[in-house]
Design a protein. Structure first.
Length: 184
């Protein structure tokens, strides 16, 4: 009979209520060294900007902890950081898998017509003829442009090209109008 892994509580920081404006910006993906440093997967652009946001909220299995990041840097092809109070490898290992969130209030204001990806996720997408194409599930970069993954009756990959493909974004109505053939 296989034994199940025990549920490990987050060992650091203050228990905190999840902020209502919490935005996920990354996750703890591993440990680095023996002094409690963690490997960080960042969803920010550029990726090292994750270290500019403080405090972090670590989330796992419904638990939320407010922590302070004392240092962070690029290490090889990845990122490593140090959370205050995490001074050994065993403690750092208990953070692996935690989601990193920050308060939306920390984000820079954007110019009109600019959006954070998190603002676009969940918006309904329809073409100029009014055909419902689905909902933005997530976005990704290709190098040439960003791409929206739209899920409806099937999955569509729609390039995020303002004025060429993206005709209108309406956050109040939670919709995006696109110039896109529903057969693609």
């Amino acid at each position: 009979m296989a034994s199940e892994r025990p549920v490990v509580e987050l060992p650091l920081g203050e228990p905190a209520a999840k902020p209502v404006d919490l935005i996920v910006v990354g996750r703890v993906s591993g440990v680095h060294g023996v002094r409690g440093w963690i490997k960080v997967y960042s969803e920010t652009e550029p990726r090292e900007n994750i270290f500019h946001y403080r405090p972090w909220y670590l989330l796992r299995r419904g638990e939320c902890r407010r922590v302070e990041v004392s240092e962070g840097r690029v290490q090889g092809k990845g990122l490593v950081g140090h959370v205050q109070g995490c001074d050994d490898r065993d403690l750092a290992q208990r953070l692996i898998g935690a989601t990193i969130g920050v308060s939306r209030a920390q984000f820079e204001p954007l110019d009109e017509g600019e959006y954070y990806w998190t603002d676009l996720e969940g918006l309904r997408v329809e073409n100029r003829e009014g055909v419902d194409l689905g909902v933005v599930d997530h976005l990704f970069e290709t190098g040439a442009n960003d791409v929206m993954v739209v899920r409806g009756e099937r999955e569509r990959l729609i390039p995020y090209l303002p004025e060429q493909v993206i005709l209108q974004v309406n956050l109040e109505q939670r919709s995006i109008q696109v110039d896109w053939d529903p057969d693609f």
